[in-house]
Ligand binder design. Structure first.
Ligand SMILES: Nc1ncnc2c1ncn2[C@@H]1O[C@H](COP(=O)(O)OP(=O)(O)OP(=O)(O)O)[C@@H](O)[C@H]1O
Ligand code: SF4
Ligand SMILES: [Mg+2]
Length: 424
């Protein structure tokens, strides 16, 4: 997306923020869980569960866009399918326009299907190749028994125009269209019944990078025109960056940070958010020359069958200390409009300043973190220095870090704390 778009987005953000806070809540999710049972043996007894979504809370306000990001396997799609009630939740509750829809069966959900729509990632697989575009986009009218004013064909042609296609495409087949055009068809289908909430699961990740911005911009324009509310799921922060009012960052079935978009980008507080952001290329030429802040995350997301104790990110976090291993940090609002679940947040006062000894996994992760990132954390720097000192010491001491996991006794106290409150 262009710099101009970015600047415009930044310029209007404060107003958007205040008005979005006043907006009515459309969707409210509390303690939401989705566990997939793992069964074994002839009796198919449940032996474990994939905890794909493991207790999340958030709201989506009317007219806003909530971006949801996180690495593969963090539970984003599962969350999307559960809030649209394509899958049943295991626990928690979902309210749509104040109505509890958590346990509604398919008959109960039927009238709500008009209001809640989903756009899928794969513009190839999600359109039936044997059906014409007209038949695909008119399917929602048939399924819901709705006769639009002026007839179905006229309405479908209007929808095709709305998404930037020609009404003449009515009788064509999906294979005659490019990926970007197919996704426009998918969008037209999702918008046919004038939904109130659209959940888009990686709507552009299957598309060419050059087309991605066009489709995202189209969704943005349609939002303004039709007053839509979006939940947009993406791997890549750069996709949701400019269109989201707020962003939820997911890690292993949990929301670890939920913040107004501008706050999240200017001053991320969760180390995982910071790591995800550092993977996004900086489009601004003025910032290109600045010190690299790339953070490489070690390994893959751990298994959601038995997630790490305490903070689930502690096995990959360069700031992890004993408290991170033992105590799960709660998602709390540390700054207005910014909720974070971390004992040692970035860009904010340390929440557990007494706990200074890095876990051995954190010491390994530190090696993958750029200098500039480390400079941002007084606590981590102090601990890294202690580590260096230990490495220079006689052999017996040098082995201490491995043995020291869970024994917070050898590293000198970091006195300054993590008092960095100035955003970058
Ligand atoms: N039907 C299912 N049965 C069992 N496990 C499942 C099922 N659906 C998803 N999972 C598991 O739940 C976890 C979360 O999956 P999900 O697809 O929600 O992640 P995601 O964040 O959307 O990942 P991606 O970015 O790759 O799309 C994964 O470990 C996945 O294997
Ligand atoms: S500092 Fe601790 S609580 Fe915060 S993300 Fe790292 S491991 Fe989790
Ligand atoms: Mg997914």
């Amino acid at each position: 997306m262009s710099d101009t778009t970015k600047q415009t987005a930044a310029a209007v953000a404060p107003e958007q923020t205040s008005s979005s806070e006043e907006r009515e809540v459309l969707l409210k999710v509390e303690g939401l869980k989705k566990h997939f049972p793992i069964k074994k043996g002839i009796l198919q007894r449940q032996v474990a569960a994939v905890k794909a979504v493991d207790g999340i809370d958030f709201e989506v306000r009317k007219g806003e866009t909530l971006g949801v990001v996180g690495e593969s396997g963090c539970g984003k799609s599962t969350m999307g399918r559960v809030i649209t009630r394509l899958q049943d939740p295991t626990g928690g509750s979902i309210h749509f326009e104040g109505q509890d829809i958590t346990r509604l069966n398919s008959a109960g959900m039927r009238p709500l299907r008009r209001d809640i729509q989903m756009i899928f990632q794969d513009p190839y697989g999600s359109l039936n190749p044997r059906h014409t575009i007209g038949s695909i986009v008119s399917a929602p009218f048939r399924l819901q028994g709705v006769e639009p004013e002026g007839g179905v064909k006229k309405e479908v042609q209007r929808l095709l125009e709305l998404v930037g296609l020609s009404p003449e495409h009515f009788n064509r087949y999906p294979h005659e269209f490019s990926g970007g055009q197919r996704q426009r068809i998918g969008i037209a289908r999702a918008l046919a019944l004038k939904p109130k909430l659209v959940v888009a699961d990686e709507p552009v990740s299957a598309l060419d990078v050059s087309i991605q911005a066009q489709v995202v911009n189209l969704m943005d324009d349609l939002q303004t025109e039709l007053g839509l509310t979006y939940v947009i799921i993406a791997h890549d922060l750069s996709v949701v960056r400019h269109v989201s009012d707020r962003v939820a960052v997911m890690y292993l079935g949990k929301i670890v940070e939920l913040a107004d978009s501008t706050k999240l980008y200017e001053s991320p507080m969760h180390p995982y958010t910071k790591a995800l952001m550092s993977a996004v290329p900086v489009p601004d030429p003025k910032r290109r020359g600045t010190k690299s802040e790339r953070i490489l995350l070690k390994g893959d997301v751990p298994s959601p069958i038995s997630p790490p104790s305490g903070c689930r990110f502690h096995t990959r976090c360069w700031k992890a200390t004993e408290i991170c291993r033992t105590t799960e940090p709660q998602l709390i609002e540390l700054r207005p409009g910014q909720q974070v679940a971390c004992h040692h947040p970035e860009n904010f006062a340390d929440q557990a300043p007494q706990d200074t000894v890095l876990l051995s996994a954190a010491k390994e992760a530190v090696e993958l973190v750029g200098e500039a990132v480390l400079e941002k954390s007084a606590e981590t720097v102090a601990a890294a220095e202690a580590e260096e000192a230990a490495a220079e010491a006689p052999v017996a001491d040098a082995e201490a870090p491995v043995a020291s996991e869970g024994t917070p006794d050898e590293t000198p106290e970091a006195e300054s704390g993590d008092q960095e409150s100035t955003p970058k």
